[in-house]
Design a protein around this ligand. Sequence first.
Ligand code: COA
Length: 371
Amino acid sequence: MKNVVISGSGLFTPEETISNEELVASYNQYVDNFNTEHADAISAGAVDKLEHSSCEFIEKASGIKSRHVLYKKGILDPAIMQPVFERRSEEQMPEMVEMALSAAKEAMAQAGKTAADIDLIICAASNMQRPYPALSIELQHHLGAHGYAFDMNVACSSATFAVSNAVNAIRGGTARVVLVVNPEFASPQVNYRSRDSHFIFGDVCTATIIEAEDTCSSDNAWRIKGMRLKTEFSNNIRCDVGYTEHCLAPDPLVPFFKQQGRKVFKELLPIVADVILTEMAAQQVGPEQLKRLWLHQANINMNIFAAKKILGRDPLPEEAPLVLDSYANTASAGSVIAFHKYKQGLQSGDHAILCSFGAGYSVGCLVLQKC
Ligand code: COA
């Protein structure tokens, strides 16, 4: 079987940031306004009084301190509480393609590839700005790449599932060099009026180049030794807004994102540990051989728990790097940001795990070895 590698990676980070302090101040102002406006109904027991959010809770429960967003305008205004931006025309690049183009260029430069080398582009993300034409095909057009492109969505596991599609395409002979992009334009899906989830997501885009080892010229390439994908249905992380929305009776309670965070924590982690340990056993890679764990970035406590299960001990900070503090949860891009930022300084032959997990449930695990 042909050896396939990740030969480059790229990252686009939006300039604007929102700190926990800013987010909590705006949320608490919204709560005070709401409680004043509904004071009579609250006293009569007809409406629940809203509680303040807190920076201490957010940092302790999630590890998040700040997040990047494409459009800060509107999010912090207690009367708006959503990003404010203009609809782009058909002649303009949609945000997700623009982000992807930037991350793609860095990944291609790292891998020493030009658009002429790429014959498959996969745009894999938790939300697509439009169903068609595929965002990946628009990206293909702007890059000037040949071949074919498609979009896919497995929520937070979109990136790892896309890499596995790329590997299969290369081994099956339908592509030689694949560009995978993960534009996560997550801020519009956030309900900034929900105390439970207003702090969770940030915007970002990652990109990777996947190719056969024999065409690779990169000096920091990672051989994909093993891949294990797993899904198991759960309603605990859901988005119910789809293309049929305008036909249905308007329901302001239908959220773009909702979750039962505690249940996710309890139910998903055993599946994650099982998938990773099973693939490590299949590849005959022991915990003592692992130099890095580039894990999904949803929650610091989840990452520490997963790392302990894999290593059999507490991880050193550099072994399981976190990007959550400054990026927040960036859905499918999280583990790839960790890979991109913390793949330096390792030796040929070193092993590592890149693993995503999230809605579905879905888990995607790659066992990697430095070339
Ligand atoms: N500020 C202050 N307090 C808050 C709060 C906020 N913003 N949000 C919730 N709380 C309170 C709750 O009301 C609750 O109070 P109670 O104990 O009096 O009932 C308490 O804090 C604990 O809430 P809980 O929701 O159980 O918190 P948690 O410790 O489970 O942390 C998450 C919440 C979402 C950070 C955590 O469950 C998580 O990250 N889960 C995994 C989610 C995941 O991976 N999702 C994948 C998405 S792609």
